[in-house]
Design a protein around this ligand. Structure first.
Ligand code: CP
Length: 314
């Protein structure tokens, strides 16, 4: 593992190792406070972010390293026409590892092909978001105790939601996962995920339009917002934006041990009254994101674990 561009860049063993390391970090945070001393993370964010950028930065700071970077294309020389490849080749001179978010699909891959330091895809257009996937896996594992034998409903904008595409790709590698895809016709999962992942691998999946029809079957409900920034016309966005709103009324028919996940940001697809329900895990999920990014960066940078923890270096 040199870079993380696509969630399937990681073997299942590597994922298990990263999740186990994240769990060790959670159980003894002070022990990891200096493992990245002298290392620098560059966060190159050409698109807005709260959780991904700040959790990467918090992760590196908690490991004892430091952070440089920018949070919009306008505040970098991209605004003057610099290419992704040239930006990455320059940043390689200043940092040990790059986390990049970009509106163009494939931009982090281009960066990784031009540098010798690890590049992490922090979200590329409507394509993939592999560190959100690691976050989601850690949340599911910590709260259900397993990554197999689950019925998971993905609800909302399954067309543009890169976190959904990444998580379906990844979960399809585990045993006995049933996928229920809840969306309006216009926001259904793209064919390349349906054909190449779900159909080709003979996965158990079905597509429905009404959440109420299936909510009682779910172990996990993965809500998503309608991705305004990916629509070509505003009228379509306005027509579709309120397709699903999860509230306490809809939850009446859900399992008592349902886990409600959302990569966030939320717009209005989960009513705030749901936040108090113990099944609502989305803010805990945002915290798991920091721990899993700590573990991922430790592995990509080949950082030794503190004495008495884990296996040493990878
Ligand atoms: N989940 C996620 O990617 O959130 P941000 O856009 O705030 O980084």
């Amino acid at each position: 593992m040199k870079h993380l561009i696509d969630p399937t860049d990681l073997t299942l063993n590597e994922i298990d190792d990263i999740l186990a390391l994240a769990e060790r970090i959670i159980s003894d945070r002070p022990a990891y406070a200096e493992v990245a001393k002298g290392k620098k993370l560059a966060t190159l964010f050409f698109e807005p972010s709260t959780r991904t950028r700040l959790s990467f930065e918090a992760a590196m700071l908690e490991l004892g390293g430091s952070v440089i970077g920018f949070s919009s294309a306008d505040s970098s020389s991209t605004a003057k026409g610099e290419s992704v490849a040239d930006t990455a080749r320059t940043v390689e001179k200043y940092a040990d590892i790059i986390a990049m978010r970009h509106p163009k699909e494939g931009a982090p891959l281009v960066a990784s092909m031009n540098v010798d330091i690890p590049v992490i895809n922090a979200g590329d257009g409507g394509h993939l978001h592999p560190t959100q996937t690691l976050t989601d896996l850690l949340t599911i594992k910590e709260t259900t105790g397993r990554l197999s034998d689950l019925t998971i409903g993905f609800c909302g904008d399954l067309k543009f939601g890169r976190t959904v595409h990444s998580l379906i790709k990844q979960l399809s590698r585990y045993e006995n996962i049933r996928f229920i895809l809840i969306s309006p016709q216009e926001l259904q999962i793209p064919d390349y995920i349906k054909d190449e992942v779900l159909i080709k691998q003979h996965k158990d999946f079905r597509e429905v339009e009404r959440m109420e029809e299936v909510i009682g079957e779910l172990d996990i409900l993965y809500m998503t917002r309608v991705q305004k920034e990916r629509f070509f016309n505003e009228a379509d966005y306005i027509r579709l934006k309120d397709s699903y709103i999860l509230d306490m009324e809809k939850l009446k028919n859900a399992k008592q041990d349902l886990k409600i996940l959302h990569p966030l940001p939320r717009v209005n697809e989960i009513s705030v009254e749901v936040d108090k329900d113990p099944r609502a895990l989305y803010f805990a999920q945002a915290e798991y994101g920091k721990f899993v990014r700590m573990a991922l960066m430790m592995r990509l940078l080949h950082l030794a674990e503190p004495q008495g923890k884990g296996e040493g270096t990878c």
